[in-house]
Design a binder for this molecule. Sequence first.
Ligand code: C2E
Ligand code: CA
Ligand code: CA
Length: 559
Amino acid sequence: MSDSVAKRAIDKIYDAISQTTEEYVFISDLRLGTFRYPPQMVEEFGLPGEIVENAMDLWCEKIHEKDRDLFIKSMEDMRSGKTSSRDIQYRARNVHGEWIWLRCRGSMIEDENGEPNVYVGTITNMSHFDRSDHVTGLPNRFEAEHRVEKLIGNGSKEPLGLLVLGLDNFRRVNDFYNRAFGDRVLCRASQQIQQLLPEGTGLYRFDGDEFLAVFRDCSTAQIYTFYHALQERYSVPQEIEGNRYEVTISGGYAQYPRDGLGFQELIKRAVYCLEFAKAEGKNQIVLFSNKVMELKERRLDLTEELRLRVEGNFEGFEMYYQPLFGAQEEKIVGAEALMRFSSERFGQVPPVEFIPLLEESGLIGRAGEWIFETSVAAAREMNDILPGFTMHINVSWLQFERHDFLSWLIQKKREGFWDGCNIVVELTESSISSNYSRIRDVLHTLHEIGLKVAMDDFGTGYSSLGLLKSVPVNIVKIDRSFIVNMQESIFDVTFVEFIVKLCHAMGITVCQEGVESREQEEELRDKHLEFYQGFYFGKPMNREAFLDICRKGKQDNEV
Ligand code: C2E
Ligand code: CA
Ligand code: CA
């Protein structure tokens, strides 16, 4: 039998075994350090794929520090031939940040020379057997599945309502305090939800920051009454032992038998609804309907189309540039690069729709590099016409967190990619405040490689003004919403004045976004901001159109 035939046969056997057991079956080539894991394990632990090279290093990082030595020693014992099998228990962190107890049993197969060669075995995820959640004490999702299937299993006609509740912005709590505090927040939430639930409604810890409530009496009025009481409860800041935090709760709801017949189908639909509630601005409940399904399908189809284009040559994508107007200079001093996408099937798709899809699908990694490359190339041309020109480029935090954008930038810097150009990276205020503990290192490195940083959409997040003191940004962009009401709202006028003063005291320059009229521009005149941006000064336009206005600006100056 040739090697490749043998390999295919092994793959088939592997697939067959791993599909028929709840355990994670793994197989590894110890000499290469390559492991193959089943898809369920890849998903639960966020592994890069089913085949993982250098798997030991990666896996060790996920293991609890108290268990790591035991794990490494048992592996060494096998590698060195001291033992030929192992049976150990240890904890590893899953994608939701939970510690999962695992039992790993495996054996070594030696090659013809008696050298350790192939290592095979199973990993048992103990949480599948343990039916309660350690953090909240609630029954977990396996127990939920078990109980719901029991209720609907024999074709019951009784309706059953599944409401998935998700804490909005829970990551921010975890990041700002720590995981232990996050656990207490979850625990508190589970108690508060339970207090408000009608009698006879089961509550389960579902996933990470999500809970599942199973309603026996599921009139729409009942669901709304409960949800609104919960919303009310969370409309004010919460506190645990003097530590304040703000979260809201979103909900997604599907009902048996109307919206689905099995637990998995119902849950899937309730989770779609939750996704929509969050995508539409959070702090709301969405009930399953055909519209939700259609929107979900559109998202899936659009993601597929985006994938084809990103993995192809970016056909359909284009960068537009919107002028940044210097208040002192009274002319265009830079631009913000804004991505556009259109296709035959979907027409023009707004960035607020496609950027989140690029992020969720992981495509933002490659797309972010393309955005940066294209915008820097344009900056170079614009700089040739208007020396000192600055290009602002939007970057999503996920690019740093998941796609190693920082290393990519460091490499590009070595190549002198943006030498001679002024480049500003825009990060939103909320991404900066949600990743408070990691952001400073990232910003520090950006400064080191000669990039400036702007805090985008300032004033829309929940961040405290203290953020301006502790994170080193060069520019603050005040969100459009403040200019909209400025003529009527004393608060908004005072906010802008105050922010400008505060920023200037910190050496930060300020830009007002979304200036649409001469009245607004006049209103801003005595506030001493450095830059303005908005339709009044120019809409986003393609590269050629922008180069034209740069040339025109240059001529005007020379006259
Ligand atoms: P943003 O970064 O806050 O970009 C400014 C948005 O405000 C742009 O919307 C711009 O067209 C719009 N805008 C500018 N002036 C005015 C005005 O006077 N009035 C009004 N009503 N709107 C104005 P756009 O291009 O639709 O982009 C929306 C968002 O999508 C951006 O908000 C940004 O968060 C995201 N985005 C766009 N391009 C990129 C990109 O290349 N990368 C990333 N990560 N995000 C992007
Ligand atoms: Ca921006
Ligand atoms: Ca903005």
